[in-house]
Design a protein around this ligand. Structure first.
Ligand code: CO8
Length: 257
């Protein structure tokens, strides 16, 4: 499929999506969000894909929702279209997604990155929720996912002041899983994605589902869900293979079943 605002390529079991509106720092307009969701749909449906990577350019992962497109929106249009809801598709993906972030990762861009499972940041990355400076607040999950990621104090600081956080602060705050030199960003993200894709896909998907459950439920319910999912893994060939391979001191050959 020919996209206008993103590019896609597969690298073995990795589906790589690159946001591509360089003139506006990858601002997320309706077209880009639609294409991004379509690309994720495609990789989710492709049994050869075990992990996705979403990235931007050296200058910007994405500098937020497209302010030009949004500026004349009326309340009734925003409400009727359920504006902002489409991007939730990314957070609902069942296969894992790694965000590889360099440069600006602001507003809706940060909200997109936070819907991914792992954020890897280049040293140049700058995170922020500057919506307050535009007379709005985050509307694609930022007020919910940022406090869960970095705690209330830092999240309030970011959302109410609109300030940016550099990669080192994002790392020490727990927003990103690792920081790498800018030139190594994509290679590192692909390596992480390959490591994930080496494992049994259904088991990876269940592990992702279980971790995400922890944000939606109580501890005892979450532990119960985890245990049930854990039990179910003994019905898979990949559990038998993984443990047999360990005992035989060989590498496992997972078959995703
Ligand atoms: N939307 C549209 N265009 C943008 C955006 C954006 N978010 N960000 C940058 N651009 C454009 C600029 O207008 C400029 O275009 P032009 O060359 O035609 O003037 C071009 O990109 C380059 O930008 P700058 O010249 O400003 O580049 P600088 O390097 O000087 O500055 C910054 C980079 C600091 C990133 C600056 O561009 C900036 O502050 N951008 C806006 C950041 C922002 O406020 N983001 C939040 C947007 S709101 C949002 O994301 C809400 C999401 C929730 C919506 C859901 C609703 C329900």
């Amino acid at each position: 499929m020919a996209y206008q605002t993103i590019t896609t390529e597969t690298r073995g079991p990795i589906g790589l999506i690159t946001l591509n509106r360089p003139k506006v720092l990858n601002a997320l307009n309706t077209e880009l969000i639609g294409e991004l969701c379509a690309a994720v749909d495609g990789y989710e449906a492709d049994p050869k894909i075990g992990c996705m990577v979403i990235t931007g350019s050296d200058k910007a992962f994405a500098a937020g929702a497209d302010i030009k497109e949004m500026s004349d929106l009326t309340y009734i249009e925003a409400f009727s279209q359920n504006f902002g809801a489409t991007l939730e598709r990314i957070g609902k993906a069942r296969k894992p997604i790694v965000a590889a972030v360099a440069g600006y990762c602001l507003g809706g861009g940060a909200e997109l990155a936070m819907q991914c499972d792992i954020i890897i940041a280049a040293e140049t990355a700058k995170f922020g929720q500057p919506e307050i400076t535009l007379g709005i607040m985050p509307g694609m999950g930022g007020t919910q996912r940022l406090p869960r990621a970095i705690g209330k104090a830092k999240a309030m600081d970011m959302i109410l002041t609109g300030r940016m956080m550099d990669a080192a602060e994002a790392d020490s705050s727990g927003l990103v899983s690792r920081v790498v030199p800018a030139g190594d960003l994509l290679e590192e993200a692909i390596k992480v994605a390959e490591k994930i894709a080496d494992h049994s896909l259904p088991i990876v998907m269940l592990a992702k589902e279980s971790v995400n459950r922890s944000f939606e439920t109580t501890l005892s319910e979450g532990v119960q869900v985890e245990r049930r999912l854990f039990h179910s893994m003994f019905a898979t060939g990949d559990q038998k293979e993984g443990m047999a391979a360990f005992l035989a001191k060989r590498s496992p050959q997972f078959r995703n079943r």
